[in-house]
Design a protein around this ligand. Structure first.
Ligand SMILES: Nc1ncnc2c1ncn2[C@@H]1O[C@H](COP(=O)(O)OP(=O)(O)OP(=O)(O)O)[C@@H](O)[C@H]1O
Ligand SMILES: [Mg+2]
Length: 252
């Protein structure tokens, strides 16, 4: 998609595609330290939404609150019309939200194949679009590493594995928390190509990132979070043209 058609695409998404994930007014805290203050965002079917913000802005906390890894103090997480706020991570994953956490959390003592295999489950409507064979096709870098232990992988390989593991759960929406962070440029490029490939398959993606450049050409829309609040919602190209927002909230 080029820059001139992106706004039209954005309008089309908002006009036609249903909202699959509707997050409203979330407050989340670590103990007595509140981090999210009325955080809201909506995700349309088939889009890639970038969740952008500086270090410590609340991107991971938003994702963890959606995935049920932490329980918000208040607010709503409606997924396919069903209220998920307060449900356990297991229930939320079963409902079709796949979460790729920042810290990857692969099993270091299991092989790549076993890390994938144990994550296998049908999607919320019994879909089995993803299995080992398809995951290896989508992530060919993992094929020669099948027998390698998770703990012996490079950071980039681990990142590929966590994405593969999320796909094995046949999610309807996939939350990717800073998949490019800390990786060598060649791996960043490969992760970008993978996300583009998933997007072309119609996957609905929420991509948390600090790096706006990584999201350009990948994301349709963007939400900017600062100090736990949504401070911008719009097309990724509108954000890229907004020098003030970029300067104020993304240090660009
Ligand atoms: N486990 C925790 N206990 C206490 N405070 C935390 C914890 N995790 C995060 N925080 C605080 O919550 C705020 C938001 O953190 P969060 O990890 O959501 O930010 P982020 O946008 O994902 O940042 P980054 O880009 O560094 O990953 C920060 O002030 C952080 O210090
Ligand atoms: Mg984070």
């Amino acid at each position: 998609m080029n820059a001139s058609t992106s706004s039209e695409m954005n309008a089309a998404i908002e006009g036609n595609a249903p909202v699959v994930l509707d997050v409203q007014d979330l407050d989340s805290a670590y103990g007595s330290s509140q981090v999210l203050f009325g955080m809201s965002l909506s995700v349309y079917k088939g889009e890639t939404l970038a969740l952008l913000g500086r270090n410590g802005a609340g991107k991971s906390t938003t994702m963890k609150s959606i995935a049920g890894v932490m329980t918000p103090k208040k607010g709503s997480v409606r997924f396919l019309g069903r209220e998920m706020c307060g449900c356990s991570p297991h229930v939320i994953a079963r409902a079709g939200i796949g979460f790729v956490p920042e810290d990857r959390q692969i099993f270091p003592d299991l092989t790549v194949e076993d890390n994938l295999y144990i994550a296998e489950k049908p999607g919320p409507d019994g879909e089995r679009n993803w299995d080992l064979k398809r995951v290896y096709e989508m992530l060919p870098l993992l094929t020669p590493l099948k027998e390698r232990l998770g703990g012996q992988l490079s950071g980039g390989e681990q990142q590929m594995l966590t994405i593969g593991r999320a796909l094995m759960g046949n999610p309807s929406v996939i939350l990717l928390d800073e998949p490019s962070e800390g990786l060598a440029p060649i791996m960043v490029q490969k992760i970008g190509e993978l996300i583009r490939g998933l997007k072309e398959l119609g996957t609905t993606i929420v991509l948390a990132e600090q790096n706006l450049n990584f999201c350009l050409g990948l994301a349709d829309r963007a939400v900017v979070i600062d100090m736990g609040r949504n401070v911008f919602t719009g097309s990724i190209d509108d954000l890229n043209r907004d020098e003030e927002i970029k300067h104020r909230y993304l240090s660009v």
